[in-house]
Design a protein around this ligand. Sequence first.
Ligand SMILES: [Zn+2]
Length: 138
Amino acid sequence: MDVTLAAGNIEAHYVRGIQEYFHKNNATVCLAHLKIAAQGSYDNGIYLYGMIMLCRGQEEEGKAMVEKLGWRQNPIRVDESWKNIKRSLHGITVTTLDSYLTAYETSMETINCHLEDINARCATCFYFKQITKFVFII
Ligand SMILES: [Zn+2]
């Protein structure tokens, strides 16, 4: 793994980021790795970095990252990334942090459309739906 990391393999940085965050509970090291993956235009890294930032209360930076996936034109890159991330997290116990619930509640307060359907997303409720999926790993 370390040889691959040294070679700058962006997917290796993404995998290392997941290990640091979900196994070792080390957000700082995780985000450093995910940032490298994101800067290498690796969609899964971009999306996971953005969602972790959003769910830890760094709303502006999180949204700026997720916006790079162009969901306003087409959500397919976001949806594919989320599918891949869920696969990467399979078998991992994900801790729901207090900050996640705060982010979830804060974003829900601004939404009064499509509340009943997680799959119905408009420009207003898109981030709320994505935060919900991340916080409850749907
Ligand atoms: Zn909506």
